[in-house]
Design a protein around this ligand. Structure first.
Ligand code: BDR
Ligand code: CA
Length: 306
């Protein structure tokens, strides 16, 4: 299996991604590192712990704690609930002496140079901090999958910006400008899949741990999508990122030259791509342009049955 670190800000779609990753034979989740974003850092850490405790997988990944001093512009509680997990209100013991996410990421990458894929489904603060402290680590990271940004569809948190990038655009810029091998999975693509009520039905019928956990988390998220977005279904951006780590063959990518706006009043946090026929600079990342929507949906449905 492919070694992955999931760097996340749970968040309902992050939680769904974590469930699918832990159930998959394609992935070995070596660590789950928390970052603030949808909720404040301390709550994101507790949410990671709550999900893993409830799933109780055969092999527990290391858990990294989000740093309290993260500069965050906004949060995602309108869609994800004030607890970040759809109002499920899990109780977990606060574990003292947890290593910081930044240390966990660094340790795991150094232990298996070139082998680890990092799936970032929250703001990019942790990875940017690791790169700043240890610039040489860029060559040791196998690949980074960034769930975030937008190519041509506009934003979701502002007219121009996607949530994960907007939360900490300076960090996102540092990561995208770095030499890491990276693939961006933008909103243009993750929005092609909306999970209708078949997902909810499936978790209601299931009696495994994953289904039971998701049955506590998902209903509130469906309700928020209906009330706030007028949708009869949900986007599951981050879980699509996990499927991409499992099945890259379901995704088409193109090399592109892209950067992040960190100054504009109206455009702070927007991802900007040079799509001219003769760009000024060499491509610095792969960007997903298409996916096999039906196959990704099936993979997610299979992943939540347990
Ligand atoms: C991203 O925003 C967050 O609220 C979701 O968890 C996802 O990572 C999508 O724009
Ligand atoms: Ca997220």
């Amino acid at each position: 299996p492919r070694k992955v670190i999931l760097d996340m800000d749970p968040g309902v779609d992050d939680a769904l991604g974590l469930c699918v990753a832990l159930a998959s034979n394609e992935l070995e989740v070596v660590a789950v590192t928390a970052t603030g974003g949808n909720v404040l850092p301390a709550l994101a850490t507790r949410n990671v712990q709550a999900i893993i405790e409830n799933l109780d997988p055969q092999r527990w990944p290391r858990i990294g704690a989000a740093t309290a001093e993260q500069p965050l512009r906004t949060d995602g509680r309108d869609l994800h609930g004030s607890d970040g997990l759809g109002g499920a209100e899990f109780q977990v013991a606060e574990l003292a002496n947890r290593h910081a996410s930044i240390k966990v990421i660094s340790d795991e990458i150094r232990q298996a140079p070139g082998e680890v894929t990092v799936v970032c489904s929250g703001p990019l603060s942790n990875l940017a901090a690791v790169l700043q402290r240890e610039p040489d680590i860029a060559q040791a990271i196998g690949q980074v999958i960034v769930v975030g940004g937008a190519v041509a569809c506009g934003g979701n948190i502002t007219p121009a910006a996607e949530f994960n990038i907007y939360c900490d655009a300076e960090s996102a810029r540092d990561v995208l400008r770095s030499r890491i091998t990276k693939t961006l999975l933008p909103l243009d693509v993750t929005r092609q899949l909306s999970m209708r009520f078949d997902l909810l039905d499936l978790v209601k019928q299931g009696d495994g741990r994953t289904a039971r956990l998701l049955d506590r988390i998902l209903p509130g998220y469906y309700r928020a999508y209906r009330h706030r977005m007028g949708m009869e279904g949900i986007f599951v951006h981050d879980a699509v990122g996990v499927v991409m780590a499992m099945h890259p063959e379901l995704f088409t990518t193109e090399p592109m030259s892209g950067d992040v706006e960190t100054a504009g009043d109206l455009t702070y946090g927007a991802t900007v791509f040079d799509r001219r026929s003769k760009p000024d600079s060499q491509p610095n990342m792969e960007v997903v342009t298409e996916m096999d929507v039906a196959a990704v949906r099936d993979c997610l449905l299979r992943g939540v049955k347990g």
